[in-house]
Design a protein around this ligand. Structure first.
Ligand SMILES: *[C@@H]1O[C@H](CO)[C@@H](O)[C@H](O)[C@H]1NC(C)=O
Ligand SMILES: *[C@@H]1O[C@H](CO)[C@@H](O)[C@H](O)[C@H]1NC(C)=O
Ligand SMILES: *[C@@H]1O[C@H](CO)[C@@H](O)[C@H](O)[C@H]1NC(C)=O
Length: 179
C-alpha cells in the first residue's frame, strides 16, 4: 500500500510538469502492435491533428478469442537519450482484479481515469467485445492538473503491454514530447 502511494505521488508530480515546465506538450506518435494476430489485431490506431493545438489519439482492437477472463497490463515510461531508456515507472497490474476493486491500486486508478475514461473498457472482466479508446487528448490530460514541478524536457514513450492468460498479445506505445 505504501509503495502504491509513493508511486502515485511520483506520478502526480510527473504529470504536474506537463503544465508549466514544459511550455509545450505534444503527442508525436502512437504505435499499436498485435503480438498474436490470432488473438487480436488493431482495426485502427492513430493520432489526429484537428488544428495546431488539438491533437488526439484513438484506437480500436479486435479480439478474436472472447470472452477474455485474465488480463494483465505492464506499463512503463521511457525517456529518449541515445535510445529509449526506462524512466521512473515500470509496473504490471492485474486488470481483472483491479476492475473488480478499483481502490486496490491508486496508481492504476489514476491511469484508468486518465485514459480509460475514454474507452469502452470501464467494466469488470470478462472482455467479450472489441476494445475502443476514443479521442484522448493532451488537453484532457493537462486539464487534470494545476500544479507544477521541474521535469526534464525531452522525448518520452509511454509503453503498455497487454497480456491475456500471461502471454503478451499486444503493445501500445504512445510517444510524446515535453519542450
Ligand atoms: C482546435 O479545435 C478544437 C476542437 O474542434 C477547438 O475547440 C479549438 O478552439 C481549436 N483551436 C484553434 C486554435 O483553432
Ligand atoms: C519492465 O519490467 C519488466 C519485468 O521486469 C521487463 O520485462 C520489461 O522489459 C521492463 N520494461 C522496460 C521498458 O524496461
Ligand atoms: C466507470 O465505472 C464506474 C463503476 O461502474 C463508475 O463509477 C465510473 O463513473 C465510470 N467511469 C467512467 C469514466 O465512465
Amino acid at each position: 500500500m505504501k509503495h502504491n502511494y509513493f508511486l502515485l505521488l511520483q506520478l502526480i508530480l510527473f504529470l504536474h510538469l506537463f503544465r508549466r515546465i514544459a511550455s509545450k506538450v505534444e503527442f508525436t506518435n502512437i504505435k499499436c502492435t498485435s503480438l498474436d494476430k490470432e488473438f487480436d489485431d488493431f482495426e485502427y490506431c492513430h493520432l489526429k491533428s484537428v488544428n495546431r493545438s488539438y491533437k488526439y489519439f484513438s484506437l480500436k482492437a479486435n479480439l478474436y478469442k472472447i470472452p477474455i477472463t485474465k488480463v494483465k497490463v505492464n506499463i512503463a515510461l521511457l525517456k529518449r537519450y541515445s535510445g529509449y531508456k526506462p524512466f521512473l515507472y515500470n509496473f504490471t497490474v492485474d486488470a481483472c482484479k483491479f476492475l473488480k476493486n478499483r481502490k486496490s491500486n491508486r496508481v492504476v486508478a489514476y491511469f484508468h481515469d486518465l485514459f480509460l475514461a475514454h474507452s469502452n473498457m470501464n467494466h469488470t472482466c470478462p472482455f467479450d467485445h472489441d476494445l475502443l479508446v476514443e479521442k484522448v487528448s493532451i488537453d484532457f490530460i493537462n486539464k487534470q492538473f494545476t500544479e507544477v514541478l521541474p521535469f526534464p524536457t525531452g522525448d518520452y514513450l509511454f509503453q503498455s503491454n497487454w497480456f491475456a492468460y500471461d502471454i503478451n498479445r499486444a503493445e501500445v506505445n504512445v510517444y510524446f514530447t515535453l519542450s
